[in-house]
Design a protein around this ligand. Structure first.
Ligand SMILES: [Zn+2]
Length: 336
């Protein structure tokens, strides 16, 4: 069997003709396999959805109970047959419940990795490398300039800044699914035990992470009503990045704008967004993680989905690995 007969790109997303299913489709389809809960991958309106139990829960939290006709939970490592095509979900290390999907048929094995990272993350299961013929990889940070420092170093800079400016509020912009909980958990691991204040948009997902055993310590709503503005002096407030550019953030005393993202490697980006304290914390692989992972899978062929495809394709070709960009559209990850 040729790889392109097992998985091909369609306007709706990756499609498996013999199995008759899509992976992370961007338009409603009859049967969807979903790698993780970020909104660009997990959309409502499919007939049947197969995903990990956590991803199904997260989709329900974000889209409401009727987000799909029917749902089925895939346990990590469990092989499920769809029209004779074997599919297996394995952890991707991206956010809670995130999975790579291994598709196998007629002696051909393709791994669609979704979004993934290799840095340890205390809020989700680590990426499991899978040997395969074709590895499908993202390339959000697919340029050699992107090298993410250890996340503990970035969190230490945040804590030092809080100690240095006890009269100011540190406003940490972090995406609601995954990044926010990781930042909070990293603060706890670094010994920060004070209450952390969260924007309302994070509450449900933080509660859900807690229910899955990710302890986040004392979290309180970051509401000024009924309290004093100065109550937040010297405190850390975590919220979605969008909230920090609107009026909501102006109610806090002399805020220090922080943003936890792999993009913070680019100084110009931080400047444009008015970020005073950029924190390079990413839920995606950096250049070294991408190339090491490709090598580790032993794949003879690599398909690059979204991001900066060219450099990664070139790197593969120089190493004797066949590679091509898939030009899938509709994936602008909310969780960088
Ligand atoms: Zn993602």
């Amino acid at each position: 069997m040729r790889a392109s007969d097992l998985l091909c790109s369609r306007p709706e997303g990756l499609y498996c003709p013999p199995g008759d299913f899509h992976i992370d489709p961007v338009r409603p389809v009859a049967r969807a396999l979903i790698t993780h809960g970020h909104s660009d991958h997990a959309r409502a309106g499919h007939g049947a959805v197969l995903a990990t139990c956590e991803t199904l829960d997260i989709m329900e939290l974000r889209c409401g109970p009727g987000f799909a006709g029917t749902t089925q939970a895939a346990r990590p490592g469990e092989t499920i047959s769809l029209n004779g095509v074997k599919v297996t979900f394995q952890p991707a290390g991206h956010v809670l419940g995130s999975a790579q999907i291994c598709v196998e048929h007629g002696g051909m094995r393709i791994v669609a990795s979704g979004d993934y990272k290799r840095q340890p993350d205390p809020t989700c299961a680590p990426f499991t490398p899978i040997r395969c013929d074709v590895f499908i990889t993202e390339a959000t940070f697919g340029l050699p300039v992107f090298r993410h420092p250890p996340d503990a170093d970035e969190i230490a800079r945040l804590i030092r800044s809080v100690e240095q400016f006890p009269e100011r509020t540190h406003m940490v912009g972090a995406y609601a699914l995954g990044k926010a909980q990781r930042v909070i958990k990293l603060l706890r691991q670094a010994g920060y035990e004070r209450t952390i204040y969260i924007h309302g948009a994070l509450a449900k997902l933080c509660d859900y992470y807690e229910s899955r055993g990710v302890e986040l310590g004392d979290l309180q709503p970051a509401t000024v009503e009924g309290g004093e503005r100065q109550d937040f002096a010297g405190e850390i407030v975590v919220g979605p990045p969008a909230a920090f550019s609107d009026r909501w953030s102006r109610r806090f005393p002399d805020p220090v704008s922080c943003f936890a993202s792999g993009w913070m490697r680019i100084r110009q980006r931080a400047k444009q967004r008015g970020v005073e304290l950029p924190l390079i914390i990413s839920d995606h692989s950096d250049w070294d993680e991408l190339t090491a992972t490709i090598t580790e899978t032993g794949a003879g062929e690599v398909w690059v989905t979204h991001g900066r495809e060219e450099a990664l394709v070139r790197w593969c070709e120089l190493g004797g690995i066949k590679a091509k960009p898939l030009h899938l559209v509709g994936y602008e990850d909310e969780g960088d």
